[in-house]
Design a protein around this ligand. Structure first.
Ligand SMILES: O=C(O)c1ccccc1N[C@@H]1O[C@H](COP(=O)(O)O)[C@@H](O)[C@H]1O
Length: 196
């Protein structure tokens, strides 16, 4: 299973995540988040990463120009977009992106089009709150293009067996404290993800 570890704020956590087996690292460019990282600080980390690791910048209700600029400055390869109020002109983004569906109920997952989406549980703070999406909401959904996020831990991801999610995304479930990852939790998380 592909794993993105989100909320990277320092090099040690980034390298530990990669050593544990993460395929993508997420950097939060939402200033109200306790995991916010300044774009040029993120770039310093990215410059020290090995090849074949994807860098994902997370944005909440930002303009296209801002996202393009930050992704350039921070060397992000993908933008993860929360855009509740249509601030972002997706077609003008200069990099690949994935939109976030903040699911409030099962209906939010029905009739989604044939694109890759990240599905997270709806929380007022936009994410990183450890809240899960009810798995039975996916029972009649093709999950092969869905990245599942929200409240995942090494203890609960075995429940995802059989759903065929494209990838999973975790932040608070592998933290020691807000903004600081726990190496042991990351190792256990990725080991468990390989058993799904
Ligand atoms: O991590 C944050 O602080 C954050 C802030 C604003 C929007 C999204 C945020 N994080 C994302 O939320 C999901 C789920 O996180 P968790 O595993 O439940 O803690 C994940 O995609 C984070 O990248």
């Amino acid at each position: 299973m592909r794993v993105k570890i989100c909320g990277i704020t320092n090099l040690e956590d980034a390298l530990d995540a990669i050593q544990a087996g993460a395929s993508a690292l997420g950097f939060v460019f939402y200033e109200k988040s306790p995991r916010y990282i300044e774009p040029f600080e993120a770039r310093k980390i990215v410059d020290k990463l090995p090849p074949f690791i994807q860098t994902v910048g997370l944005f909440v209700n930002e303009s296209t120009n801002y996202i393009n600029q930050v992704c350039t400055n921070a060397k992000m390869q993908i933008a993860q977009i929360i855009d509740d109020d249509n601030y972002t002109e997706l077609e003008s983004l200069e990099i690949k992106y994935i939109e976030v569906i903040r699911a409030k109920n099962k209906n939010d997952l029905l009739n989604i089009d044939d694109k890759y989406y990240l599905v997270d549980a709806f929380v007022e703070s936009f994410g990183g709150a450890g809240k899960r999406v009810a798995l039975d909401w996916f029972d009649e959904v093709d999950c092969s293009k869905i990245v599942l996020a929200g409240g995942l831990t090494y203890e609960n991801i075995k429940e995802l067996k059989g759903y065929n999610f494209f990838a999973i995304d975790v932040s608070s479930g592998v933290e020691a404290s807000k903004g600081k990852k726990d190496k042991d939790k990351m190792i256990k998380f990725i080991k468990a993800s390989n058993e799904i």
